[in-house]
Design a protein around this ligand. Structure first.
Ligand code: FAD
Length: 600
């Protein structure tokens, strides 16, 4: 039973247009074309490409992997044609500005389209995603001259992009970067150094590759404050031609998953580069790329979990083993499908309740990013920016930790068939694992949350989350029908508030308290955010089903009914995890920090 993928378009419509007011997007200046009809047509079209073109390439791409031949990397067979198809359809510039040839769609629409592309083929999506990332960073920080020269090429997909941060001695700690940039005197720089683990670092999908490289100038202060960002093309445009620029790929990694995505060592040998933004402010520029990238990696967690859910439900319907505990459900068959067993249902509903909650959380933050960038009201811009920056590390780390967990649960539903290659689910598990590591490990996301995002502006960002949640709880306090959702939500919020207070006081006394609590705090926050969104989704479903859902088609009634049932499963079966995280984090750092180094 090979894997197939069907885009969750109905659920996306629910999230964008029933839970949230997606029509607001079309009221933002520049996004007038992003009406519901257009957005849904875009997603439907991407859904078709995902199911019919990208998903069939996923398994073969994993089998074949990338190849390094005569110093050039070849992506798996079929990736070039898929890239061409996306180029010709204008997909590379879906969210890029029209002045550079883009379609000018809101960021949140790009995020929804990405979910579909990733679920079908994470490896392929990496080439597209890095190109979008490079576009974003240049759009925000490069000079007009660089923009005019490079952006139209990235937008039409004739050139692709990368982000080159990591070196062998410099992973999490980017202050250790050694790649050097020397002023060439003509407005350009000469870069020398070696980067490792560079996704899409070299390949044959595009005619040129634009590397965004972190490097150190000779006068740079040591550490992170001395890092600058440079644009270094693989081939340098000169007199209407593209000439080699001292950029080479001596090797590629052999790895657990995303085998169709080339992970390259990239050497720069006196390569010509151009400064992006101000000298020594490279981290600021790179953060633009990294923040968007972090949210995007959170989408990867959700997307792979969705791929897992679809495979696991299809399998659970077909696989006949045992009988329902209350007696044969399908007596005319040799055995019942495993879907009848409570433990299998526990697994399937865990994945589903996470997926639908994470889809709502992702959309909430993606729409906030659109408002932060484009809302004419400065107060609304600030509010949206605070919320997005607070919740970005949560979307990245929570959604990828859970994405991996849920992909694994989906494999478990398959029993032994999950462990063998032909069913495809083992690839989903292997592919999902990297999402917890790159773009800043999940441990680092948790430290970012407690150390930077929470204290920012004396807790202003935190209030952007707590205020709407408290307002919702107050407004619904008399709503008996919703109490089964708001009651558990209020308890989770209370735990989150108490641990926030605990963290604020304890970390002043001893920073290791915050370090030890960070991951549990991030997960407590993630589950609480999902509980808020699930309560709101349950409210929407209840409203639609009021008076027995008269006027709704049977299919629509079933959709809202399932939404409500999934909400119930969420509060009863997943939300209690907040108690464990709360107890863990409140126990402090003592047991780990008093353990002698020599005893490990
Ligand atoms: C397949 C793949 C693709 C990648 N793509 C790219 C890319 O396109 N561009 C790019 O530049 N890089 C890329 N990377 C690199 C990736 O971002 C790094 O691997 C990652 O940031 C972690 O760095 P590291 O591997 O050196 O681990 P380390 O930094 O050595 O971390 C090891 C462990 O220590 C923990 N740790 C480290 N420092 C701290 C601290 N201060 N506090 C608490 N815990 C800490 C980490 O959480 C981790 O668990 C890629 C990596 C892989 C494997």
């Amino acid at each position: 039973m090979p894997m197939t993928y069907k885009s969750p378009l109905r659920d996306l419509r629910f999230v964008y247009y029933e839970l949230f007011d997606g029509d607001e997007l079309a009221r933002l200046p520049g996004f007038e074309d992003a009406t519901q009809d257009t957005v849904e047509a875009v997603l439907e079209e991407m859904g078709k490409i995902a199911s019919e073109v990208l998903q069939p390439l996923n398994g073969p791409g994993d089998e074949q992997g990338c190849r390094l031949e005569n110093g050039a990397v070849r992506a798996p067979d079929g990736f070039r044609d898929a890239w061409k198809l996306l180029r010709e359809g204008g997909w590379m510039g879906l969210t890029a500005r029209p002045e550079y040839g883009g379609q000018g769609m809101p960021y949140s629409v790009g995020v929804a389209a990405s979910e579909l592309m990733i679920a079908a083929n994470l490896s392929f999506s990496m080439y597209v995603f890095l190109t979008h990332g490079a576009y974003d960073a240049l759009d925000h920080h490069a000079s007009d001259e660089l923009k005019e020269m490079f952006l139209p090429k990235l937008v039409d997909g004739s050139w692709a992009g990368t982000m080159c941060l990591t070196e062998s001695q410099s992973g999490t700690d980017l202050g250790l970067v050694r790649t050097r940039a020397v002023d060439a005197g003509d407005g350009a720089w000469k870069l020398t150094g070696s980067k490792i683990f560079i996704s899409a670092g070299d390949h044959d999908l595009a005619e040129n590759i634009v590397h965004l490289v972190l490097a150190r100038t000779p006068d740079a202060p040591p550490g992170i404050k001395g890092i600058s960002m440079f644009l270094v093309p693989k081939l340098r445009p000169e007199g209407g031609r593209l000439v080699p620029n001292g950029v080479s790929c001596p090797s590629i990694e052999h790895k657990l998953g995303i085998k169709g995505s080339a992970t390259c060592v990239i050497d720069f040998d006196g390569s010509t580069g151009y400064l992006v933004g101000e000298p020594h402010k490279g981290m600021r520029a790179m953060f633009t790329m990294m923040n968007a990238a972090r949210l995007h990696v959170g989408v990867q967690g959700l997307a792979l979990s969705e791929a897992g859910y679809q495979a696991a439900t299809a399998f659970a319907r077909e696989r006949l083993q045992g009988r329902a505990l209350t007696g044969a459900r399908y007596p005319d068959q040799e055995a019942d499908p495993i879907l009848v067993h409570p433990d299998v249902r526990r697994m399937l509903l865990s994945i589903r309740a996470f997926n639908e909650g994470a889809r709502a959380l992702t959309a909430w933050i993606a729409m906030a990013i659109d408002h932060a960038e484009s809302d004419p009201d400065p107060a609304r811009r600030e509010e949206a920016d605070d919320l997005a920056s607070l919740l970005t590390p949560i979307v990245k780390a929570f959604q990828t930790d859970l994405g991996f967990e849920m992909a694994n649960v989906a494999l478990q539903v398959h029993g032994g068939y999950g462990y063998v290659r032909e069913y495809g689910i083992e690839q989903v598990v292997r592919d999902a694992r990297i999402t917890q590591i790159y773009e800043g490990t999940n441990g680092i996301q948790a430290l970012d949350l407690v150390g930077r995002k929470m204290p920012a502006h004396t807790g202003r960002a935190l209030r952007r989350f707590f205020h709407p949640v408290s307002e919702f709880l107050a407004a619904e306090s008399g709503n008996e029908a919703l109490a089964e959702f708001t009651g558990p939500l209020a308890k989770a919020v209370d735990r989150l508030q108490r641990s926030t207070l605990w963290l604020a006081t304890e970390s002043m006394k001893n920073p290791e308290q915050a370090g030890a609590a960070a991951t549990d705090f991030l997960h407590l926050f993630g589950w609480t955010a999902l509980a808020y969104l699930w309560a709101r989704m349950a409210k929407v479903a209840q409203q639609k089903l009021a008076d027995g859902g008269t006027g709704l088609s049977a299919e629509e009634r079933a959709f809202y009914d399932a939404k409500l049932r999934t909400a119930r499963f969420f509060v009863e079966r997943l939300l209690p995890r907040t108690s464990g995280h709360f107890a863990n984090l409140m126990s402090g750092s003592r047991t780990m920090m008093e353990f002698p180094d020599s005893a490990f």
